[in-house]
Design a protein around this ligand. Structure first.
Ligand SMILES: C[S@@+](CC[C@H](N)C(=O)[O-])C[C@H]1O[C@@H](n2cnc3c(N)ncnc32)[C@H](O)[C@@H]1O
Length: 274
């Protein structure tokens, strides 16, 4: 059992880690809450975990306590001494990479879980990156990510709702996506203006014969003009109107009324031609 760790507030004070707004820093100090987040992917004992933005290491501690082998990417070099202390307490379990997670290579091979209290300014871009690409199943075994509640609701939204759009389709067409936990703004230091939620995604079977790139193109066009009828919004996508006709999808419908499987069917028709 590792030595007792100092309270996170002391770590912040000792290392002078005043929260930077530019780096999206809202820290979590409640260790019970952090342990509950680390438990969302299931047992992490001996599993590889990629953490983005460990900051002073609150969530990192919880992952290490759960027995994970953690690779953590942090952009703020002020946090590195605090993370080095954590690495000493959990020998051989923590590897820290200094850099921008949207650019650096994590170097992980084999399946890994992603667990992160993401910086809000880069969270959606990272998620879209993890969800993309033709290779499926992906390298990651699950994604457990903190988002603003409003973004989390867009990820799990069903067709017909205001939150439904591109992010819902990219998240749901070959993943199981759910909101695992809502987190009150007061849990963070400093508290952000909005509520948060942890989403959990795990890879599901990839629908047959569908190009991920084509699906992305179709959803981008359809939701680029979400209030317009499909016959208007999809006009610029070659073959899309013919695909609607052959699938019996009324071109007078609007994007937000189409279910995920209907978007997948359109992309499959178009993928035949590419
Ligand atoms: C919301 S804070 C979370 C901190 C800590 N994980 C916690 O739960 O208390 C986001 C963290 O991501 C870091 N960060 C911001 N942009 C980053 C980027 N592009 N790549 C890596 N880390 C980044 C920030 O410095 C900060 O430590």
């Amino acid at each position: 059992m590792p030595a007792a760790l100092p309270p996170l507030r002391d770590v912040i004070t000792r290392h002078g880690l005043s929260a930077s707004k530019a780096l999206g820093q809202n820290f979590l100090f409640d260790e019970q809450l952090l342990d509950r987040i680390a438990a969302i992917p299931g047992s992490l004992d001996g599993q590889q975990v990629l953490e983005i933005g460990p900051g002073p290491g609150g969530l990192t501690r919880a992952l290490l306590r759960a027995g994970a082998q953690v690779t953590a990417i942090e952009m703020d070099r002020r946090c590195l001494p605090a993370l080095a202390e954590l690495a000493d307490v959990f020998p051989g379990q923590l590897r820290v990479i200094e850099g921008d997670a949207t650019r650096v290579d994590h170097g992980l091979t084999g399946p890994f879980h992603v667990v992160a209290n993401l910086p809000y300014n880069v969270g959606t871009a990272l998620l879209v990156g993890w969800l993309g690409g033709q290779d499926w199943p992906p390298q990651w075994a699950s994604l457990t990510l903190m988002f603003q509640l409003e973004v989390a609701q867009r990820i799990v939204a069903e067709s017909g709702s205001d939150a439904y759009g591109r992010l819902a389709i990219l998240s749901q067409w070959r993943c199981q996506a759910r909101i695992a936990m809502k987190v009150h703004r007061s849990a963070f230091t400093p508290p952000p203006k909005v509520m948060s939620a942890v989403i959990h995604l795990s890879p599901a079977a990839m629908p047959h014969g569908v190009s991920a790139r084509v699906l992305e193109r179709v959803t981008e066009a359809a939701f680029g003009q979400r209030r317009k009828m499909l016959r208007q919004s999809l006009k610029g996508v070659p073959g899309a109107l013919a695909a609607l006709e052959s699938l019996g999808i009324d071109p007078q419908r609007r994007a937000e009324t189409l279910r995920v499987d209907e978007f997948v069917a359109i992309a499959r028709e178009l993928s035949k031609a590419t």
